[in-house]
Design a protein around this ligand. Structure first.
Ligand SMILES: *Cc1c(COP(=O)(O)O)cnc(C)c1O
Length: 345
């Protein structure tokens, strides 16, 4: 049976071009700063994000943790959303490892934090309080339907940060999805950010890796923190080579994933038992709610899997689907047919 697996864009596999580039990569000891392929990837990443420097790390989680550790000291406070990946899915690493105190604000449904709420959360200078140091934003926002944050909003948060001397970190695991959806360059979304992390291993299809980008000084500190966490890698050029292909060949094609997600959403919206607003689907992620009293999300996804389509239950009634390479428009049709079979019982 042909399986249409929509659980996550982390399921993407390295392309033929990536495998060739990996086999042929020129490498050296990157902890000595001597891997030419890693250095080239880091230069490309800095250029794409409009930052001075970049650092190759093993995962998005490590990219975020390294960034938090570099911005904050123990006991400092960071402001972030209650739906943030960093708050939800990273084991509270900032607190567990960095002693960083989280200040949680409610995410708006479109992934934003209200700039006025951010400003109201900034601690006054008082011996009772932790020191507010960092604002964390997520773009696109995974748990908020893959919503992109635009440059105007980033500018609004930038003003608050500047006024209070705070840093901004963007968890940009899918920053290129945001850029493609908004029709801008990623760097235009990051002028107000002091640091950004992004993933090579999601829609961009590389097997491993993320980058942290920021000022030269920031990246020098981040490099120390990467080593502290055991993330210094040696001949990492074999991995970076795939990342270079990801950045050169796989960014513009994200538009196909967005079109597939929208097509799937429109099909699902036509089914009486499902609740979804297809206009809310801006990138490659979509969530929908089941309106079937007898069937919860885990049971539904199990039946769907029996029909060759895999999706992720994310709540008792909520299911997530993520469009990714190399799934096609025909795969979305096949997925919608599977839904019709399951719903027909
Ligand atoms: C996937 C993801 C991460 C973490 O990436 P890993 O490589 O899985 O550690 C961080 N933030 C967001 C928004 C993500 O979607």
């Amino acid at each position: 049976m042909h399986i249409v697996d929509l659980r996550s864009d982390t399921l993407t596999q390295p392309t033929e071009a990536m495998r060739r580039a990996m086999a042929e990569a020129e490498v050296g000891d990157d902890v000595f700063g001597e891997d030419p392929t890693v250095r080239r990837l880091e230069e490309m990443a800095a250029d794409r994000t409009g930052k001075e420097a970049a650092l190759f790390v093993s995962s998005g989680t490590m990219a975020n943790l390294v960034s938090e550790l570099t911005h904050c000291r123990r006991g400092d406070e960071m402001i972030l959303g209650d739906q943030a990946h960093i708050f939800y899915y990273e084991q509270g690493g900032s607190a567990a490892v960095g002693g960083i105190h989280p200040r949680i604000l409610p995410n708006l449904p479109d992934g934003r934090l209200d700039p006025d709420a951010i400003e109201a959360a900034v601690r006054p200078d008082d011996v009772h309080f932790p020191i507010t140091r960092l604002i964390v934003l997520e773009n696109t926002h995974n748990r908020c339907g893959g919503a992109p944050l635009d440059a105007a909003y980033m500018g609004d948060v930038g003003k608050v940060a500047q006024k209070h001397g705070l840093k901004i970190h963007v968890d940009g695991a899918r920053i290129f999805n945001a850029a493609i959806a908004l029709g801008v360059e990623a760097k235009q979304l990051l002028t107000d950010a002091d640091s950004v992390s992004f993933c090579l291993s999601k829609g961009l299809c590389a097997p491993v890796g993320s980058l942290v980008c920021g000022s030269k000084d920031f990246i020098d500190g981040a490099r120390r923190n990467r080593k502290l966490l055991g993330g210094g890698m040696r001949q990492a050029g074999v991995l970076a080579a795939a990342g270079i292909v990801a950045l050169t060949e796989m960014v513009d094609r994200l538009v196909e994933d967005h079109a597939n997600a929208r097509k799937l959403a429109e099909g699902l919206a036509g089914m009486a038992e499902l609740r979804i607003d297809p206009l809310g689907v801006r990138t490659n992620i979509l969530y929908f709610e089941l309106d079937i009293p007898s069937l919860d999300a885990p049971a539904f996804t199990q039946r769907l899997a029996g029909e060759g389509v895999r999706m992720l239950p994310t709540g008792p009634r909520q299911i997530r689907a993520v469009a990714h390479h190399p799934l096609t428009s025909a795969d979305m049709d096949a997925a919608l047919d599977a839904f019709r079979r399951v719903l027909a019982g």
